[in-house]
Design a protein around this ligand. Structure first.
Ligand SMILES: [Ca+2]
Length: 599
């Protein structure tokens, strides 16, 4: 805690210091502004100001040092890009460049700004994905934005938002090799990724926005509301913002948020378990078989046998008891070997420390699209590079063991991490983790609203992390009714990571809901969800939910669970409703307990 608060004070000092130290530097750059103004008409339009020269002259007036320039990453070959209006989407101007995140070292991060012609007076900062290093899910003009925005492509431009995104200080999305310079970990890069690029951008982006529209309109501008929105790694960004500098934003949306404290353990251990023997890996057919077993047991526990498990934590699934065993010496897609049972256990059961405390929650056992081991590309480097400072002697396997039995609530086959590893992880990564309940005090004391949403069958980032964080928040801050003034959690049953896949309604308008909450005081009790194609990988399989394109259902605020009227089509949202006196999502069965869900 001491380490973290020191880092935040440093970051705050950096922001404040930049205003003072760079004010004079900005004045010196004014001649460039004069040159641009000489050729400028009295009322320039967006196409006129959307040039590198004018954008740089606007940037030169900011307290942060900004260089407008092309970014060698993705489609941004020029420093500025003007796109004319089409249909309901207004014209917009995109600007790329770099900004100094640490004046002491000169460290920079890249940014992507999007300025619509019809500005709504509002600022939106977009989270990144994975360990960042790119803008591909953070470009409000491209289809992939649906992953982070939960809206339709171009929605933010249509709504008139000025948006900013950052690559968090390095180019290229991979585990953590970007942090290694000459064999050593450069903490400047780690800090930018963990928190600093977003913290500095919150100031820079807002001041750039008002300066840009001031230039366009010829009148001083202010920002009416500021928002943050992201999913996955961008959800991590949102949780970091919410925990450590919530006052920068009026509303924060965290989708399927990544908790680097622990997720890395889970994914690494799953990969180790799956490779522990030739017959340990799980095939898609076996995952489907497990899904069938779980669904047979659990579908009706929510009161409606409709093929959808509304509360996976309430299930009572035990892999070694409930899955068909292969006869000794055999394997195949109709049964599980002992090693495969253990891989299943590693996935769906929590990682504990040696005393049995839950360090990382397991995954939901239904609708799993993959085994979580696919994240090893992010997680092994995280542990070796970010936690162990690229120590060549570090061995992941030496920090873990597997066991059946307690102590503690988790008794099925699960991974156990050493206390030293847990301590090292918390020391190295806490400043980049917004999932620490003890650090939510600033949010609870702020005016800021936080909406978390998480897919109940998220195969990459377990939903139970979000549930445990929220349960602890309610425990620490006066109960659910009390914390719902600031923070609301919405769970999406039957859907996968960032709503890209699934069998149930996966799409809802988080941004409009947050606007109503912040700007009109209308807190979201129930959000209508429908089916949309959120997949962004060309050629990837379509989500099964697209087979039922008219499927609608309300999402209820946690701990409420959507209640069926008992009549009519279960795929019709008008037959479902949310009720304030409902707390059925608090029910924890064997599955939830073994996954480490708090009671
Ligand atoms: Ca059901």
């Amino acid at each position: 805690m001491i380490e973290i608060s020191k880092k935040w004070k440093q970051a705050a000092a950096v922001s404040a210091g930049m205003s003072l130290a760079l004010g004079a530097a900005a004045q010196l750059l004014l001649p460039a502004t004069s040159v641009a103004q000489a050729a400028e008409p009295a009322s320039p339009d967006l196409a006129f100001v959307c040039t590198a020269q004018i954008a740089q002259s606007v940037a030169a007036s900011l307290p942060t040092t900004v260089t407008v320039q092309p970014i060698k990453n993705g489609p941004f070959r020029d420093a500025t890009r003007y796109v004319a209006a089409t249909g309901s989407r207004p014209a917009y101007c995109q600007v790329t460049g770099s900004f100094v995140t640490n004046p002491a070292s000169g460290k920079t991060a890249n940014f992507l700004a999007t300025f619509p012609a019809a500005w709504n007076g509002k600022y939106m900062q977009l989270g990144c994905s994975g360990h960042c290093g790119q803008f591909y899910v953070s470009d409000p003009a491209t289809p992939s934005i649906v992953v982070t925005a939960q809206g339709h492509p171009g929605q933010l431009v249509e709504k008139g938002y000025a948006t900013f995104a950052t690559d968090e200080g390095h180019v290229g999305m991979d585990g953590a090799s970007w942090a290694v310079k000459d064999g050593k970990v450069d903490q400047d890069y780690v800090d930018d990724w963990m928190f600093r690029a977003d913290k500095v951008l919150a100031h820079m982006g807002k001041s750039f926005t008002t300066a840009f529209y001031g230039r366009l309109s010829g009148a001083a501008q202010t920002i009416s509301h500021a928002y943050f929105n992201g999913c996955s790694g961008g959800g991590r960004d949102a949780m970091v913002v919410a925990s450590y500098f919530p006052e920068e934003f009026d509303g924060i949306i965290a989708g399927s948020p990544y908790n680097p404290l622990g997720m890395d353990l889970q994914a690494s251990m799953t990969a180790i378990a799956a490779h522990s023997a030739p017959d340990a890996a799980l095939t898609p057919a076996l995952l489907a078989l497990m899904d069938k077993v779980v669904k047979n047991q659990c579908d009706a526990l929510d009161g409606v046998k409709d093929g959808l498990i509304q509360n996976p934590a309430a299930c009572n699934f035990r892999p070694e008891r409930d899955l068909p065993h292969c006869a000794t010496g055999t394997s195949g897609n109709q049964c599980f070997t002992t090693h495969q049972m253990e891989t299943v256990g590693t996935i769906i059961h929590a990682v504990t420390d040696q005393q049995g405390h839950v360090v990382q929650t397991g995954y939901s056992a239904s609708e799993l699209q993959e085994t979580g081991g696919g994240l090893a590309m992010l997680t092994d480097p995280t542990l070796k590079i970010l936690v162990h400072h690229n120590d060549p002697a570090y061995s992941i396997a030496s920090s873990f063991s597997f066991r059946y039995g307690g102590p503690g609530p988790v008794t099925g086959y699960h991974a156990v991490v050493t206390d030293a590893e847990v301590a090292a992880m918390r020391s190295a990564l806490s400043a980049g983790a917004g999932h620490i309940p003890a650090n939510a005090g600033q949010l609870m004391a702020s005016h800021t609203k936080l909406m978390i949403w998480h897919n109940f069958s998220d195969e990459k980032l377990t939903p139970f992390n979000s549930i445990n964080w929220y349960k602890q928040l309610a425990h620490d801050h006066g109960g659910y009714a009390s914390v719902q003034d600031k923070a609301r959690l919405f769970m999406l049953p039957g859907t996968g990571h960032c709503s890209i896949s699934g069998i149930a309604p996966n799409s809802f308008d988080a941004i409009s809901a947050m606007e109503s909450w912040v700007e009109k005081g209308q807190a979201p009790d129930s959000l209508p969800a429908s089916v949309a194609d959120h997949q962004f990988t060309p050629g990837a399989a379509k989500a099964p939910a697209l087979l039922t394109p008219n499927y609608t259902m309300p999402l209820c605020k946690f701990p409420e669970m959507a209640r069926y009227s008992g009549h009519g089509d279960t795929h019709d949202g008008t037959n479902w409703s949310c009720h304030a006196d409902d707390a059925r999502l608090l029910k924890v069965g064997i599955s939830g307990r073994e996954a480490g869900v708090m009671n």
